[in-house]
Design a protein. Structure first.
Length: 341
């Protein structure tokens, strides 16, 4: 909604100023809008700088070789290479976009390349500034809240994966494609969390709900879920799994319930509200005892099968341990630092 509003306002401003080709302002507004307020400001700043650089580069390129394919290649490649080297990709992309158009647009009577470069720069600035204003005034996105929602989504996706793992342990059909889709969703959400984390911390530092252990431990839990999703379907017929199937299934169900509870907690609770998880420690210890006993008495078909079964049990154990750590660390953080204002 906000991107559409910014695009409409940028287009209207361009039309009111009687600037030709108003879609350049529209495009600039769309590109400048980012996930968070801070990211939009950074994007706007970089895009304005890139627009100035691109206009100058485009004028220089047009002076040497107007409307030539090789000149377009040069003015596009140069800023991408230079600014990419310094990890300023947004500046390079905007400069390349503006420069390429300036080189390509032919001269007309009363409308020179310099005139077009000036108009293209004006429209870029209009679009970017409008996007920044809309982002700041219309339901400004808070990085802290968006990170919480993305983490809620990650834990929901992990709970769904654990549900499929329980299904596989019960020797029911394993939804391979569904699990793959959920894994992709979780990875995408984790990438967004990493992208917005610093903005969230600068906006609303937290010793509890978004303390560092949440970011780190969530990724480690996900790594173990990924191990389970690839290993469990291969060993469901194992005698070693069969001997401790009930215990393992009980643990995966407890983990699924815990992951779902964390997802609900992120969505519906204040940062300092207690985090109450099901009692998974007793189930975890029971599984470890059962697996050790089964390993000592069962004779699996191969050593590789034993390793796969142990990988499944270990992944379940590690997830349970990390969930218990999260609950303990959250309680300690609230106790030590006190409730947030």
């Amino acid at each position: 909604m906000k991107v559409g509003l910014a695009a409409a306002i940028a287009t209207l401003c361009s039309q009111l100023l009687s600037l030709p080709n108003p879609w350049f302002a529209t495009l600039a507004a769309i590109v400048a809008m980012q996930n968070t307020l801070q990211a939009t400001y950074r994007s706007g700043r970089n895009n304005i700088l890139g627009a100035f650089i691109g206009a100058g580069l485009g004028i220089a390129g047009a002076y040497v070789a107007k409307d030539q394919a090789w000149a377009v290649g040069v003015v596009v490649a140069m800023p991408l290479i230079v600014f990419g080297w310094y990890r300023l990709t947004a500046i390079g992309q905007q400069a390349a976009l503006v420069a390429s158009v300036v080189v390509l647009v032919p001269d007309r009577v009363g409308f020179t390349t310099l005139d077009f470069a000036r108009i293209r720069l004006e429209q870029a600035i209009i679009g970017i500034v409008v996007a920044m204003i809309v982002q700041a005034l219309v339901f400004p996105p808070r990085a802290h809240r968006k990170v919480r929602l993305e983490l809620a989504g990650v834990y929901r996706d992990m709970a769904l994966v654990m549900g499929h793992i329980t299904t596989a342990l019960q020797q029911q059909p394993f939804a391979t494609e569904t699990v793959r889709s959920e894994r992709l969703d979780a990875r995408s959400r984790l990438s967004l969390v990493d992208e917005m984390w610093d903005d969230a911390m600068s906006e609303h530092p937290s010793h509890s709900q978004l303390a560092a252990h949440w970011r780190v431990t969530t990724r480690r839990i996900w790594e173990q879920c990924a191990v389970l999703a690839t290993e469990v379907a291969a060993v469901t017929e194992s005698e070693l799994i069969a001997s401790c199937r009930d215990d393992l299934t009980g643990l995966t169900q407890a983990i699924e319930a815990s992951l779902s509870e964390i997802s609900r907690w992120f969505r519906n609770h204040r940062a300092d509200d207690p985090l109450s998880l099901p009692d998974i420690d007793r189930t975890r210890r029971s599984v470890l005892r059962r697996v050790r006993a089964a390993e000592a008495h069962e004779q699996p078909e191969s050593y590789s099968e034993t390793l796969q079964v142990l990988a499944v049990a270990n992944a379940c154990n590690m997830i349970a341990v990390r969930l218990l750590d999260l609950s303990t660390q959250h309680d300690d953080a609230v106790r030590i630092h006190g409730p947030m204002d």
